[in-house]
Ligand binder design. Structure first.
Ligand SMILES: [Zn+2]
Length: 152
């Protein structure tokens, strides 16, 4: 489900999280304690009101297709709280080897929230990369077929 690096904004050695990102990293750190299965990730999303919604990954080794990325769980928490947009997203892994941007499925789900959030990833201790949703998913799927619409 994860891919490694590749995009601009990769921090080769990692860097301390900027102070403005500490509330998101702290929320993700707490969620990471509750992640199920291995590997483990956590995500935190700041919504349009400045509220933070966290999610922990749910890895099901016997049923991998039903596993949930931390970002997906965090988006579910955001929507369940009545929020509509994501402003900032952080994803943390237990170690630097797992630090990666969201997968394509999660990027598409974030795209459905209708904003272009800044996305940063790393471990609880250090930032390893940063980008935006538009840069990570430049060709987002938006042209859904509508029932009754004419084919083009
Ligand atoms: Zn994902």
């Amino acid at each position: 489900m994860r891919r490694r690096g590749g995009e601009a904004g990769i921090l080769r050695r990692g860097a301390r999280w900027p102070a403005t990102w500490h509330p998101l990293v702290d929320a993700a750190r707490e969620a990471l304690r509750h992640a199920r299965g291995k590997p483990r990730w956590a995500a935190a999303i700041e919504d349009e009101h400045g509220r933070i919604h966290a999610g922990a990954s749910i890895s099901l080794p016997d049923l991998p297709a039903a596993s949930l990325c931390a970002e997906h769980v965090a988006v579910a928490a955001l929507v369940s709280a009545g929020s509509r947009n994501s402003a900032r997203v952080v994803v943390v892994a237990r170690g630097p080897a797992g630090a990666a941007p969201p997968c394509g499925r999660c990027l598409q789900v974030l795209c459905e929230m209708g904003a272009d959030p800044e996305i940063r990833w790393g471990t609880c201790a250090s930032e390893r990369g940063r980008s935006t949703l538009a840069r990570l998913l430049p060709s987002a799927f938006r042209d859904y077929p509508r029932p009754g619409a004419r084919a083009r």
